[in-house]
Ligand binder design. Sequence first.
Ligand code: WQD
Length: 334
Amino acid sequence: MKRQTWLLTGGAGYIGAHVADAMSRAGRDVVVVDDLSTGRPERVPGDVELVACSVLDTTALAEVMTRRRIAGVIHLAAKKAVDESVDRPLHYYHQNVHGTASVLQAMSMAGVRRMLFSSSAAVYGVPPGGPVTESTPTAPINPYGATKLICEWLVRDAAPALGLSWISLRYFNVCGAGTPSLGDPGVTNLLQLTLQALAQGVSPKVFGQDHYTADGTCVRDYIHVSDLADAHLAAADHLERQDARTSYNVGCGRGSSVLEVLSAAERITGIRVPYEVTAARPVDPANVVADPARIHQDLDWEAKHDLDSMVRSAWEAWQYSHTPYQHHSALTGP
Ligand code: WQD
């Protein structure tokens, strides 16, 4: 079968690099568009074309899509820090919402008919309780989550007019690394903050221990970035074979509390520093765990990695990126 070429916006980022690798290994050609504001060129495989431009540059996007005869777009490029979205809502709406409109406009200009959109569990805000399904009411509680929901609506509403097939993937809590060189460069989420604290010999912080959960700390559905990348491959396969217009939760379906994550981190790093319970966040859902039944049923995908695997790979990546000699040797060879 002719190799299909997919365009990956944000493909030089943490998640994007894993998606690019999975797509390449599955026999797809990939073109990466990334403004390199947070993405890094060295994350893009050597045989993958990297176009350094913003998704807001509609003409440049349309040119690449036409020139490379793109079969579909995986739109990952977005701002994704919750706290920053509260401080800079207009920037988030411009980059995320206007950026998605620009990608859709370019697809219309180039006649590209498949869209795989990177969404988030943040669209659910504080879910009412129990496993989160795709019919759980969407009620985002921060500008970041709101932009993701609005982008889903943009894609949904553009589809009939543009003749689009689309799948939105609602990521739960992504962590880990497929290889040590592709670790999460950000230190904003629980696992990265915990590894940083342990590496520095300071107390990991627990944001409240009075939540309505078994051990009083918040429960989340952590998913290995490699499993997430495979979910994109399964969705792209599906879109190549048939029409679709739907969203899927991408999680493992199991919850882990903050204390369970800390315990795994101490066990795997071998570093034990007593944690410090600090004030809970103003709004922090006690329990956000996916029901991944639909993606399993429709796309034959399920997560394979457990929490220890996520923590171990994240720790290996942390050491890789914080050990100059090892990094140097990786660059210069033996
Ligand atoms: C997890 C839990 C904290 C740090 C994420 C992000 C974003 C989004 C998905 C993509 C919370 C607690 C945290 C710490 C702690 N991704 N915590 N001590 O809040 O589920 O949000 O949702 O769309 O990645 O918005 O993830 O990792 O920030 O926190 O106790 O030092 O750990 O209160 O309950 P969260 P998180």
